[in-house]
Design a protein around this ligand. Structure first.
Ligand code: 5GP
Length: 195
């Protein structure tokens, strides 16, 4: 479980505007995934800064598309570069790191890639994403960072669904994980927070 309690501003917004879909999916497209609330994003980034204050990093890494907005806001506040792993290999990109990620929301695997120019030995990287579910995207990122020779110093998620156990896996592997809102259950389309 996260070391700090759920972030109340996000929790309240999820209760107000979040919607449960079949299969344990939470829709937050009114304020995070489609329409974006920049004020909430800023507040959440400030909370990440507080939670990762003891960790040193020089770069923020995310994965397209939904991780980009929270990562940019954090990078903007800290004046740090933001790199997003791409889900399609650009024809103009060589010198790449690639890994495969299984998406349970889309029920298929896809390749994720990142240029070696932007992720390399000496980089201390903080990963930011919107959701942590089974941890497949996170595992792909761990693999990319490992291939690059950079160091992964932590992973921050806006929302963790603890019933899908990705967080358990990451914490058991010694990764510092901070999730601003932890959802224990979406059974019967009822949002139940861990704390
Ligand atoms: P994981 O790889 O941890 O199983 O899932 C993480 C990715 O799947 C996130 O990057 C996010 O895009 C997507 N995802 C997982 N669960 C949800 C959900 O409940 N709602 C939405 N909107 N996206 C989700």
């Amino acid at each position: 479980m996260s070391s700090t309690p759920c972030y109340s501003a996000l929790k309240e917004r999820i209760l107000k505007d979040g919607k449960c879909l079949e299969g344990g999916i939470l829709k937050v497209d009114g304020f995070i995934n489609h329409q974006i609330d920049p004020d909430l994003l800023e507040q959440m980034s400030v909370e990440f800064i507080r939670r990762f204050a003891s960790v040193e990093f020089n770069k923020i890494l995310t994965i397209e598309a939904s991780g980009i907005a929270p990562a940019i806001m954090l990078g903007f506040l800290l004046h740090l570069p933001v790199v997003f792993a791409k889900k399609k290999k650009p024809s103009t990109m060589d010198n790449m790191l690639t890994t495969s990620v299984y998406s349970f929301t889309k029920n298929r695997s896809y390749d994720v890639c990142c240029s070696r120019d932007f992720l390399k030995v000496g980089d201390k990287v903080l990963f930011i994403d919107d959701f942590l579910a089974n941890g497949n995207a996170a595992k792909g990122i761990i693999d990319l960072v490992k291939q690059s020779g950079a160091e992964l110093v932590g992973m921050g998620f806006l929302i963790e669904k603890s019933f899908q156990h990705g967080g358990e896996y990451l914490r058991e592997h010694g990764i510092k994980v901070e999730s601003l809102a932890v959802i224990e259950s979406l059974d019967n389309c009822t949002i139940k927070f861990a704390k």
